[in-house]
Write a protein that binds this ligand. Sequence first.
Ligand code: 1HE
Length: 268
Amino acid sequence: MALKIDTDRFTNLALEEHDGGLWVVTLNRPAKRNALDIDTIEELVDFFSVAPRAGVRAVVLAGAGDHFCAGLDLVEHHDEDRSPADFMHVCLRWHEAFNKMEYGGVPVIAALQGAVVGGGLELASSAHVRVMDQSAYFALPEGQRGLFTGGGATIRVTDLVGKARMIDMMLTGRVYQGQEAVDLGLAQYIVEGSSFDAAMDLARKAAENLPLSNFAICSAVSHMQNMSAMDAAYAEAVVAGVVNTQPAARERLAAFADKTAARVRRND
Ligand code: 1HE
């Protein structure tokens, strides 16, 4: 039986359910530029733990206000005066949240504006698709703050932009924005208008796929990247065995065979 998401339990995230299993998850501390305090991380863990079993078919991840996310809550971090072990456990909770996003099997489309920095970029890079508007910019200011990344940037941001650029971003505080950010892989789309509207369109499209296909796309690809080529090819065959024979796909295959299904055409 599908689990229910108890939206009343969330305060740092605003949750909205839309038609077709589409959910909007908004970081909702605009006065703090959506900085990630521990409560926000716990809410992300909660939501993304349940979403795959609650009929959620796609998520748009957004930030309230002019900035997507200012990263680690530096004031909380300062006030808590954490021990190494304390902060290690904080980082492990970030990983729990972000791994649930990346490996959970539900498409997550991030709608980016303003600052996408530090832990905000770590969060965005855990989404499957990133859409930026003209105001969005990306940076890793950890070096300047006397810090180091702890929410997966060494893995995910390096995957997106490569090791040399990642190290440069951390050493020099380099900011990427505009088309250059897309060319480097920090986002897949840049739009003139609202990144939120564009992310909603993409999420609606993704939500029309069969859930089992999306599960494979949004978990198997990431898992396979962690495997040897031999093991990944084997795992791909096993996943395709399950997904490509799902009863729900027969209708779509029949529609292709009887020529009622849309064909793939080049863009006009
Ligand atoms: C914050 C944070 C924050 C804003 N933690 N409170 N991240 C950074 O180094 C980025 C730090 N933030 C900024 O550079 C700027 O705030 C922004 C570019 C994001 C936005 O600038 P602006 O001029 O719109 O806002 P502001 O005046 O700087 O901040 C408004 C409020 O948000 C203010 O609080 P107030 O109570 O004084 O009004 C700020 O303190 C608060 N605020 N950003 C806490 N990050 C797992 S390791 C990950 C390591 C990292 O992420 S390091 C990167 C940290």
